[in-house]
Design a protein around this ligand. Structure first.
Ligand SMILES: CCCCCCCCCCCCCCCC(=O)OC/C=C(C)/C=C/C=C(C)/C=C/C1=C(C)CCCC1(C)C
Ligand SMILES: [Fe+2]
Length: 440
């Protein structure tokens, strides 16, 4: 506001150069370092006893959960070799937190680093100071890491899906910030690689380099859950078919159009599907050409090829024309990394969030909450105190109802059948939200 211009480049918006600087001083400002955004609009999660609002860069913002005051900006690069981490970490019961991020190393070496932040130490010092890189996973392409938005975690393994949406590092380092390019301008599809699944063990931590899982191209933002069962790793996720980047369809212009235009644009975009992939852990050369998946309850397959790769075909758990089940949530404290039944998600109709959906991932049964002219957001599952059933709890969702007298509300649904239990309305517009956390 003071500068009267956009000063920091955001995901799809380029900063305006400082008009007071000539081309030479702009050049030197650039080489002093790219100013990376700290715009923490994507998620809020706890690290130890603190709460952080985050985006996907190296900057995370510590906030006071009571007053919502900004407490400090933390630069993860001071503690870890990463250029950013996802807004979707995993947390164990004891508070240990894991995340994954791109690492542009020395000599242009590229990797994905899985990082670990331990629980609060006995001396109550900041656990971030004790963070470490646990495992390094290689990139399928030199100079082009894939965009990573989330990852899977079972009791003993990490699952990383390397998608065909690539970040062109040369573009990133040369064009970005200097010539008015945005993060979005640095993405490009890889039309030939398909999608690669990587596994890493937790304890001892290590990359399982001989397990080369491949499947056809899809975009991936959100894992739903992953678990181990009878020597297999089951991975449930929200896929968008094809290698073209889904974010290309999320420009403001796409939603400003008439509904018929919105539908036409969505028809061209990658199509959504909830999928189950099954990764065998035990692989023997003599099983070449056979389906290695012997789990009784899934049609997902994994076939070993002569080059040592394992080709995966998924089981579809949910699909509908331009109807996405996205922003998935589960009963995390009970089911993360475990065999489970229920996923809750935001229903996107041609990219417009208009429903909350519950999906039984075992039977494929669905339940829906929907209200006219209402736009809900990610449904957070909060278990009932002392609950024993997986779906005994409530779903919390922020609902935007434009034009209503009270256009914003917090909706509370019974997670068993998606009936409304309560809503708290406010007299102001709340922008639609991406992700969040329930703090008791
Ligand atoms: C309730 C909203 C409904 C909207 C409907 C949209 C449909 C969505 C369909 C797909 C699901 C996608 C969900 C993802 C949403 C989300 O979280 O988006 C926000 C993400 C942001 C703002 C990410 C910012 C990331 C940045 C700035 C990363 C920067 C970097 C790189 C790109 C390369 C490596 C370096 C660095 C600096 C980390
Ligand atoms: Fe996300």
């Amino acid at each position: 506001m003071t500068e009267n211009r956009v000063v920091i480049t955001e995901f799809g918006t380029a900063a305006y150069p400082d008009p007071c600087k000539n081309i030479f001083s702009r050049f030197f400002t650039y080489f002093r370092g790219i100013e990376v955004t700290d715009n923490c609009l994507v998620n809020v999660y706890p690290i130890g006893e603190d709460f952080y609002a985050v985006t996907e860069t190296n900057y995370i913002t510590k906030v006071d959960p009571d007053s919502l005051e900004t407490l400090k900006k933390v630069d993860l690069c001071k503690y870890l070799s990463v250029n950013g981490v996802t807004a979707h970490p995993h947390t164990e019961r004891d508070g240990t937190l894991y995340n994954i991020g791109n690492c542009f190393g020395k000599n242009m070496s590229l990797a994905y680093n899985i990082v670990k932040i331990p629980p609060v130490p006995k001396d109550k010092s900041d656990p971030i100071e004790k963070s470490q890189v646990l495992v390094q996973l290689p990139s399928s392409e030199r100079l082009k890491p894939s965009y990573v938005h989330s990852f899977g975690m079972t009791d003993n393994y990490f699952v990383f899906v390397e998608q065909p949406v690539k970040i062109n590092l040369l573009k990133f380092l040369s064009a970005w910030s200097f010539r008015g390019a945005t993060y979005m301008d640095c993405f490009e599809p890889n039309a030939s690689m398909g999608t690669w699944f990587h596994l890493a063990s937790k304890e001892p931590a290590g990359y399982l380099s001989s397990h080369k899982f491949r499947t056809s191209a899809f975009n991936l933002f959100h894992h739903i859950n992953a678990y181990e069962d009878e020597g297999f790793i089951v991975v449930d996720l929200c896929a968008w078919k094809g290698h073209e980047f889904v974010y290309n369809y999320l420009y403001l212009a796409n939603v400003k159009e008439e509904w018929e235009e919105v539908k036409k644009a969505a028809a061209r975009a990658p199509q959504p599907e909830v999928r189950r992939y099954v990764l065998p852990l035990d692989i023997h050369r003599e099983d070449q050409g056979k389906n290695l998946v012997s789990l009784s309850y899934t049609t997902a397959t994994a076939v070993l090829h002569s080059d040592g790769t394992i080709w995966l075909e998924p089981e579809v758990l949910f699909s509908g024309p331009r109807q996405a089940f996205e922003f998935p949530q589960i009963n995390y404290s009970k089911c993360c990394g475990k065999k489970y039944s229920f996923a809750y998600g935001l229903g996107l109709n041609h990219f417009i969030p208009d429903r909350i959906v519950k999906l039984n991932v075992q039977t494929k049964e669905t339940w829906v909450w929907q209200e006219e002219d209402s736009y809900p957001s990610e449904p957070l599952f909060v278990p009932s105190p002392g609950a024993t059933e997986e779906d005994d709890g409530v779903l919390l969702s922020i609902v935007v109802k434009p034009g209503a007298q009270r256009p914003g509300s917090l909706l509370v649904l019974d997670a068993r059948n998606l009936t409304e239990l309560a809503r708290a309305e406010v007299n102001t517009i709340i922008p639609i939200t991406l992700h969040g956390t329930y703090k008791p």
